[in-house]
Design a protein around this ligand. Structure first.
Ligand SMILES: *Cc1c(COP(=O)(O)O)cnc(C)c1O
Length: 338
């Protein structure tokens, strides 16, 4: 698969580590658990959006853009990484933050990613929930165009076919790492939201005959809707890659049993997963994505969905900056006394 024909900038200096989780594997007593550290992509605390942004910023520069516009929830990791990437390449940025999470606490609005967004220095606008955020994006693009700028619009999560190429790269990287260390990977598990990660992963694995089933654990949409959304983007990515034949639709599998009450709303399973990984392996998950996805993995291990002797790779997509936005839920006050 040749990805060099797509414009791309360099944001991640090297391949991300693939690590065994010996303590957690022993603790849960099920399959061998591994983690691919896409939380270590190197840009302003990293995360999965950095891989997508290599292709998105590459495309923006190729098109002569002066200004990047994107959108996300108030605690969006994607927004934080987009501002950082734009800064690195001398592009202005405007970001639209949707008030998607109801009844959030003060810390949700003044800590975590929103704090970092302000340090990184984008123009920040807010929007109430319930609007069509892509329309809002278009309107801001039009406003900038009239002001003489060349805007480049990045959809929520960087999830279009160009962004998904970043996860085709990650898939090829994972297959190569597994081959090199002679590790048979039986499943890949990860959090799925705006769909670019799963679409790219599946297109990359299927396109290279990797034969590894991918399970996306939804953090927002119900299973059927999420599968349909992932399939649509995976088909587009397959087309962009110029693959022969039809995209194998059955390779897209989503589980939406771990969303809880909704996007960004904590669950007991998430709290347990965050603590378990921190205390057994010294690894920080996040409250919105990887915490819920890992809760799903733990539950499925406990239910015996995987056989002993199988090897599972959890794709860590980042987001630990979000922990600070949920501090009083993770550690209820009085947390610590001087
Ligand atoms: C955006 C995000 C995801 C989901 O990836 P999508 O490509 O949007 O499906 C998972 N984990 C973290 C930490 C994220 O920020």
């Amino acid at each position: 698969m040749n990805l060099t024909r797509f414009p791309r900038v360099n944001l991640t200096p090297s391949v991300t580590p693939l690590e065994f989780l010996p303590n957690l594997t022993r603790h849960l007593g099920g399959p061998g658990l591994y983690i691919k550290r896409d939380d270590h992509t190197g840009l302003a605390l990293g995360g999965n959006k950095t891989r997508k942004l290599e292709f998105l910023i590459g495309d923006a520069l190729a098109k002569g853009a002066t200004h990047v516009v994107t959108q996300g929830a108030t605690q969006s990791n994607h927004v934080r990484q987009t501002i950082a990437a734009a800064n690195k390449f001398g592009l202005e940025s405007t970001v639209l933050l949707e008030e998607r999470v109801k009844q959030a606490r003060d810390e949700y609005y003044d800590n975590g990613n929103i704090l970092l967004d302000q340090i990184l220095g984008a123009a920040i606008e807010t929007r109430p929930s319930g609007l069509d955020m892509n329309e809002e994006l278009e309107a801001v693009g039009e406003r900038l165009r009239r002001a003489g700028e060349v805007p480049y619009l990045i959809p929520g999560g960087g999830s279009n076919a160009i962004g998904a190429l970043g996860y085709v790269v990650s898939a090829l990287e994972l297959v190569a790492q597994a081959n090199e260390r002679r590790l048979r990977v039986d499943h890949v598990v990860h959090a799925t939201g705006s769909t670019g990660t799963q679409a790219g992963l599946v297109a990359g694995i299927e396109g290279s005959n990797g034969h590894i089933p991918v399970l996306g654990i939804s953090v927002r949409a119900p299973r059927e809707k999420q599968e349909e959304n992932v399939r649509r983007l995976a088909r587009q990515t397959w087309g962009l890659l110029g693959m022969r034949g039809e995209f194998p639709e059955a390779s897209v599998v989503v589980d939406s049993d771990y969303v809880g009450e909704g996007y960004g709303i904590p669950t007991e399973g998430m709290l347990e997963a965050v603590r378990l990984l921190a205390r057994h392996e010294g690894i920080l998950l996040d409250p919105v994505y990887t915490g819920k996805a890992f809760a799903g993995l733990i539950d499925r291990v406990r239910k015996g969905d995987f056989r002993k002797g199988e090897n599972i790779v959890f794709l860590h997509t980042g987001g630990a900056a979000g922990l600070f936005a949920y501090r009083s839920i993770l550690v209820p006050p009085p947390a610590f006394r001087r």
